[in-house]
Design a binder for this molecule. Structure first.
Ligand code: ADP
Length: 348
């Protein structure tokens, strides 16, 4: 086959593709292949470019036995790792000596691998979070059957603890289902028109009893005129209840909620409304901020568990804010309190 025809075929391949013939040198590469392995690879020995043993071994074997196989190639551009699934197929009748070359195509599977790793981590986390209260429950059941069987005081105390553990499991399952619902709706645009000022006033009413128990004062000045936005009322209720509850749980003795109209938000590039939930608590070490909305990530695990937290609240908040094409921002530092702000596009 003529060199130009081979080059034409390679160029038509949508994936990075290269050819190595029986001289063990690259005899062809498409644009994507050159971008991946280097512009000057033609004529070079494959082992000077593809140094990973799994790759060199696979190419050598395919040149020898001419059968198809696959391998893995890892590349790093200095900033991030990329994983490729590599297919090796032998093509007879091309190339130099004894006619034949290996067509090597690289398919980027990084996202797929990351997604399956995330799924595995998620299942491991959920199992761990459920197992902790479950183990406590089983321990208490055993004690109630044995040592504490005829001790009414111990029985009462243990049953109270068991109730607490069972409600922890219940909250976790509730939050998991909620996350699932929120994720499945993420691509559906909300369509209801609502008055955000009135909505926030009802959020503050809902959390008032919790604030009173915690000795926290809630401050909110509802705007005089309605602030109309398009949203999902139940989901937005969930967002602000979560943020205000967190501020009560982790903050100090004062939580302020503010609502501000922005003529043009920089990142949304549109008129927007910004709601801030500000507390005067111990704040969050900035090293935690980028990961705060990850599922099960806690800045202070001990305090979160003590407060009955599931570690899913901010993950749910982030998904809902994304669905509303909004932005969630967190500003905090140790000793400086925290400010969680949600910016939502205004309906026009
Ligand atoms: P949790 O169920 O643990 O409250 P969230 O996802 O709601 O989970 O929050 C994640 C973590 O962020 C919390 O465990 C806590 O460490 C931290 N956090 C959230 N809000 C605040 C706040 N207002 N002040 C300090 N830390 C906070």
């Amino acid at each position: 086959m003529k060199q130009e025809v081979i080059a034409g075929f390679l160029e038509a391949m949508p994936l990075p593709s290269v050819l190595v013939d029986q001289t063990e040198r690259f005899i062809g590469a498409n644009k994507e292949g050159r971008a991946l392995l280097g512009e000057q690879i033609l004529g070079r020995h494959f082992a000077t470019i593809l140094r990973q043993p799994s790759m060199t071994g696979a190419i050598e074997k395919t040149l020898a036995d001419r059968s198809s196989r696959s391998a893995r190639h890892l590349s790093n551009d200095g900033a991030q790792d990329t994983t490729y699934e590599v297919s090796l197929r032998y093509i007879s009748g091309i190339g130099a000596v004894e006619g034949g070359a290996v067509l090597i195509t690289f398919s980027d599977v990084t996202e797929r691998e990351q997604a399956s790793q995330m799924r595995r981590d998620f299942v491991a986390n959920v199992s761990h979070e459920l197992r902790t209260p479950l183990t406590a429950l089983m321990g208490f059941i055993e004690t109630l059957r044995g040592a504490a069987r005829d001790d009414p005081n111990a029985r009462d105390r243990f049953l109270t603890i068991m109730e607490g553990e069972a409600s922890r499991m219940n909250r976790l399952v509730g939050d998991l289902l909620s996350l699932n619902r929120v994720e499945s709706k993420e691509r559906i645009r909300p369509k209801e028109e609502l008055d955000l000022g009135a909505h926030l006033a009802s959020v503050l009413k809902t959390v008032q009893p919790l604030a009173e128990t915690a000795g926290t004062s809630l401050v909110f000045q509802p705007p005089e005129a309605p602030v109309e936005i398009i949203g999902d009322p139940d989901q937005l209720l969930q967002v602000f209840i979560n943020l205000v509850e967190n501020a009560i749980k982790y903050g100090g003795d004062r939580v302020e909620v503010t609502l501000e109209l922005l003529e043009r938000d920089i990142s949304l590039r549109a008129p927007a409304v910004k709601v801030q939930v500000i507390d005067n608590g111990p704040g969050i070490d900035p090293i935690h901020l980028p990961r705060l909305t990850e599922r099960f990530y806690r800045a202070d695990s001990h305090r979160s568990r003590e407060q009955g937290g599931t570690g899913l609240g901010l993950a749910i908040v982030k998904h809902i804010v994304n669905r509303h094409r909004g932005k969630l921002r967190v500003k905090s530092d140790l000793g400086q309190g925290s400010c969680f702000s949600v910016t939502l596009p205004l309906s026009q």
